[in-house]
Every structure is written in structure tokens, then in C-alpha cells.
Write a protein that binds this ligand. Structure first.
Ligand SMILES: Cc1cc2nc3c(=O)[nH]c(=O)nc-3n(C[C@H](O)[C@H](O)[C@H](O)COP(=O)(O)OP(=O)(O)OC[C@H]3O[C@@H](n4cnc5c(N)ncnc54)[C@H](O)[C@@H]3O)c2cc1C
Ligand code: SF4
Length: 511
């Protein structure tokens, strides 16, 4: 009996030659398909650099497959949806067996499963091995838990994989978490010299993609001028080693710090390579452990970095699949306001927002605290409809894929899931931004003024938010101090804050 004709689908964020989709691959009988679909670039209004990154990385990966003489159908620049293209190919080639790695997006997973049922295809959807924690292990962990919290999940991961633990399973340095040491602002005079991150000049193939994206998606947000992202496994490994050699040393201490003209700080900028699967999280953590010993780095820096990958990255992915499709609908506070248009241009008078959005449009990048405590904080305080905020985050970041974007935005930044996996809403006034950055120095607003013409909109909206949700904040020991501070504000001033907040809402496009 002849072997069945198997088709291996490789998605744009599954660019690994060691992928589980290719295990057992027989180049004599089986075929591979990769599809560029305009639908993927258009279903949110994607940043040009995000589209270019996917296309360039896919085309480089296709070249690597061709160099190996693997039989590949590469569908270029299709205007149809990915699944429609796949359907056409399956029918034309009389495919009976489809193999793929489980997609990172729930929507795509459903669509592929539906297609397989429609066409009576045998579908072999394999585990994505680019995560430490399988979906089943995460499910098992959640069973009978009242609260789903990163901290306990992270400890389990550390113990299970023997990372930063001693032989008895105790945490290295006597603590599981050094977060408190990792919240320093830059010195008053500024960040000083920071080793710039690894950057890759676009090669011929990338230049071709940049020209295509510039032309086809010219109305999309963002710039292509500064495109220097890793688009191959070789680049990604270089970026990894460069970071470990020169930039990890100050990652922890300045992880939350922000400063004008300092878009990358000491961050790794490895998220896009990790999410495209050009890097495996295991090798990233191994490299951090080697760098720790080699350069005698502070444990707090190494633990802080590892927590992001072994903790947060795995945790949000587990939560995404656990709570979809509900997560995309969640709107705990029932916020309805439209996203201000200046989120797409950076054209606002608020210096912190202008800087965070400005660098996002320039590079497709902002670091975690800018995403959480600047643009995310504002969106929550300004009562913006979560789905509009989520679409923005999915569109503008180079590393944005729904499994990681949605839980971070809806769950963490907007509290849209109502504390399902975070212990409190992440809200802050202008005082926090003043403490963690120099943004306020060049701003026409004043972070400590609560109402009136010069009042910082973030400060006004912060107190307004606390007034509205006083009962919720009072009931939570982690936020009670905030309402205690609110109680120190006179009733007269609280009324003035509420009125000023209404004025901000009415003129939100002009602030
Ligand atoms: C509202 C919001 C939206 C976000 N959207 C995305 C997104 O679409 N894609 C994405 O990869 N990350 C997202 N994050 C998480 C985080 O901001 C980015 O991973 C990080 O800024 C990427 O830059 P970096 O590689 O320099 O990270 P570093 O600060 O150097 O961190 C190292 C690595 O840890 C991982 N990591 C760190 N924080 C998180 C986190 N909260 N969740 C998951 N992984 C994490 C990333 O893989 C990152 O590369 C979001 C965070 C927020 C608050
Ligand atoms: S004053 Fe307010 S709006 Fe201006 S930079 Fe500071 S926090 Fe941002």
C-alpha cells in the first residue's frame, strides 16, 4: 500500500527546522506548504514593520527549506485568507492528511479544525514544543485552584525544570522572586551609556519585502525606515549572544525605567525572535544561566529575566488557551469609549504617551512598562473599550501574536478579565511616571496637579477611577493604600477632579 500524501502546514510564527510538524517528514512523499495571506496583515491595521517582519522571516525560512531540497509550495502575496488558500491546495493536490503545529491563535486553530472536518481530512495538530509547559500541564495546574497566579506557576516551573533551584528544590539566593530589586529608575542624570541592541541591516530579500510592504500597505501605521530586526535563525542567535554578553547585566535593575530617546533601555528585544520560533526559550534561559556565571552577574538580574520567559511567557500562553474565546470578549468595567485617534499617530500633548507611541510607530517596539504603565494605564483610566485597545496592541508591536498580546492587554493592562489572573488593576497616577522616567520634565502638564488647565490627565483620571471604584479598591488589601490616599483629598477637590475628568473625556482627542 502506498503511503498517504501528507501536507505539512508551516505558519508564519512557526519558523523552526526542528519543528514538531517536521518530525517524521518524508521528503519523497510529503509536501510542505507556507502561505502569505494579506488577510493576516489586514484583520487588524498592522504596523508596516510587523508585516515586513513576518514576510521576511517566512521567505528566509522558505529559502532554508529549499536549500534542504524539501518539497515546498510557497504561496506568495495571496489576497485570500490563509484557510481558503489551504483549502484550494488540499483539493487540487488531493491531500488526505494534514499536519501542523497547534497555531498560537485560537481563531486560526478553529478555522483549521473546521476545514479538516469539512474536507474530511485527517488532521494531526501537534504540540508546540516552543514552550516549557504543555497545554495539558497548564490545565492540570489550574484544576481546583481558587486563584490563578503567576508566582505559584513560576515556582512550579522552576522546580520542574531545575532552574535556579538547589538540589533540595529551594530557590537560588533564598528567594523565588527579586522583583523588588528590579524597579529602579535611571539615575537623575539619565541612563548613561547603554550598549545598543544587536541590529541587522536588511539583506536583498528583506529589502524586497520592505519595498513590497511599503507599496502595498502604504496606508498602514508605522515606519519601515528603522527595520533592523532578526529575520533568520542565524540573526536570532547573534542577537541572543550579543544580549547575554553586553546587555543582560543591567536588565534587572532598570527593567521598569523609562527615559526620552532611550527606546530600548537594557531590554533584550528577543520577543519577536522567540515568538516566530527562531529561538527556543530553553536556549535563551540556558544562555542567561551561562552569562550569569561567566560575567558574575547579580542574581536579581538573571532571575528577573528568567521570570519573564519561564514565568510570564508560559503563564499568559496557558491563560490564553484556557480562557478563549471568552477572553476576547471580557469587559469587566464595561468600558465603551473609542480609542483616541492619536494612538495611531502619537499626536498628543502628553509627553509620556507621545514618547511611547512615537517609538512604537518608529520601531514597532516599546518595552513592558511603557506598554503596561503608559499606554495601557491610560487606556484603562480613560475607560476605552478593551477590544479596541487589544486591536491596537495586536497591530503595532513587532512581537504581537494574539496568544501573548491578548492576556497581557485584556488581562493585565485593562483588568478586563476582572482579576482572573492578576491580583489588582495596574493603575497609576502621573507620580509613578514621574518617578520612573524623565517624561514629565518636558511635558506641558504637571504630574502632581489633579485638576485645572495644567493638571496631568493621567493623574486626574487616576483619582477619578479610584473614586468610581472605591469599593473594589477598598476591599483589596493590595489597593487599600490607594483609597486611603484618596480619602485624604477634600470633598471639594474630589468634585473638581470628577468634573475635570469629564472635560478630559469630552475633549479626549485634544489632550
Ligand atoms: C499591554 C501589553 C501588551 C503586550 N503584548 C505583547 C505581545 O504582543 N507580544 C509579546 O511578546 N509580548 C507582549 N507583551 C509583554 C512584553 O511587554 C514584551 O514581551 C516585551 O516588552 C518584549 O520586549 P523584549 O524582548 O525586549 O523583552 P524583555 O523585557 O527583554 O523580556 C525578555 C522576554 O521575556 C518575555 N516576556 C516579558 N514580559 C512578558 C509578558 N508580560 N508576557 C509574555 N512574555 C513576556 C518576552 O519573550 C521577552 O522577549 C505585552 C505587555 C503588555 C503590558
Ligand atoms: S505630566 Fe502626566 S502626561 Fe505629562 S509626561 Fe508626566 S505623567 Fe505623562
Amino acid at each position: 500500500m502506498s503511503k498517504p500524501k501528507k501536507l505539512i502546514l508551516i505558519l508564519g510564527d512557526q519558523l523552526d527546522l526542528q519543528s514538531s510538524a517536521l518530525s517524521g517528514f518524508d521528503a519523497k512523499v510529503d509536501q510542505i506548504i507556507m502561505i502569505e495571506s494579506a488577510h493576516e496583515a489586514n484583520y487588524v491595521w498592522s504596523h508596516k514593520a510587523r508585516i515586513a517582519l513576518f514576510l521576511s522571516a517566512m521567505r528566509h525560512f522558505a529559502k532554508a527549506l529549499e536549500d534542504l531540497k524539501y518539497p515546498l509550495t510557497y504561496v506568495k502575496e495571496s489576497t485570500e485568507s490563509l484557510v481558503d488558500e489551504l483549502r484550494k491546495h488540499v483539493l487540487k493536490k488531493k491531500i488526505t492528511h494534514l499536519i501542523c503545529v497547534e497555531p498560537g491563535e485560537w481563531r486560526l486553530k478553529q478555522a483549521i479544525e473546521t476545514l479538516a472536518t469539512d474536507l474530511d481530512l485527517s488532521l494531526d495538530m501537534r504540540e508546540d514544543e516552543h514552550f516549557f509547559c504543555s497545554r495539558q500541564t497548564f490545565l492540570d495546574w489550574t484544576a481546583n485552584k481558587k486563584e490563578l497566579r503567576l508566582e505559584y506557576f513560576y515556582r512550579l516551573m522552576r522546580k520542574t525544570y531545575g532552574i535556579l533551584v538547589d538540589a533540595e528544590g529551594n530557590p537560588e539566593g533564598g528567594q523565588w522572586n527579586f522583583d523588588r530589586d528590579n524597579r529602579k529608575p535611571y539615575p537623575k542624570k539619565g541612563p548613561g551609556i547603554i550598549e545598543p541592541p544587536a541590529a541587522f541591516e536588511p539583506d536583498e530579500l528583506t529589502q524586497e519585502v520592505l519595498a513590497y510592504v511599503g507599496k502595498t500597505y502604504h496606508s498602514h501605521p508605522g515606519s519601515l525606515e528603522h527595520f533592523q530586526w532578526a529575520v533568520t535563525r542565524k540573526h536570532a542567535l547573534e542577537a541572543l549572544h550579543y544580549f547575554m554578553e553586553y546587555r543582560l547585566r543591567n536588565f534587572g535593575i532598570y527593567e521598569d525605567a523609562m527615559w526620552t530617546e532611550t527606546p530600548f533601555g537594557w531590554h533584550s528585544m528577543l520577543s519577536s525572535a522567540l515568538n516566530l520560533k527562531l529561538l527556543n526559550p530553553r536556549e535563551v534561559i540556558d544562555a542567561a544561566l551561562v552569562s550569569w556565571k561567566k560575567h558574575d552577574l547579580d542574581l536579581s538580574t538573571v532571575e528577573g529575566f528568567i521570570r519573564q520567559i519561564l514565568g510570564w511567557r508560559e503563564f499568559v500562553r496557558g491563560m490564553y488557551y484556557l480562557d478563549m474565546p471568552q477572553m476576547a470578549q471580557d469587559n469587566y468595567y464595561r468600558h465603551e469609549r473609542a480609542l483616541p485617534k492619536w494612538y495611531w499617530t502619537g499626536n498628543t500633548k502628553m509627553a509620556c504617551m507621545k514618547d511611547a507611541i512615537g517609538q512604537t510607530l518608529k520601531y514597532g517596539y516599546a518595552h513592558h512598562i511603557q506598554r503596561l504603565m503608559v499606554t495601557g494605564n491610560f487606556a484603562l483610566l480613560a475607560e476605552i473599550l478593551p477590544s479596541e485597545v487589544c486591536d491596537w496592541y495586536l497591530a503595532v508591536y513587532i512581537d504581537a501574536i494574539e496568544w501573548v498580546e491578548l492576556p497581557n492587554t485584556a488581562g493585565m493592562a485593562l483588568f478586563a478579565s476582572g482579576g482572573r489572573f492578576t491580583s489588582k488593576p495596574y493603575v497609576a497616577s502621573g507620580a509613578y511616571i514621574k518617578r520612573m522616567s524623565n517624561y514629565c520634565n518636558s511635558c506641558q502638564y504637571k504630574p502632581d496637579i489633579r485638576f485645572g488647565e495644567t493638571a496631568c490627565p493621567i493623574t486626574t483620571l487616576y483619582w477619578n477611577f479610584l473614586m468610581k471604584h472605591r469599593t473594589q479598591f477598598d476591599a483589596n488589601p493590595r489597593t487599600r493604600l490607594m483609597t486611603a490616599n484618596l480619602n485624604k483629598i477634600s470633598a471639594e477637590d474630589q468634585t473638581a477632579i470628577a468634573l475635570h475628568a469629564q472635560a478630559i473625556f469630552q475633549h479626549i482627542e485634544e489632550i
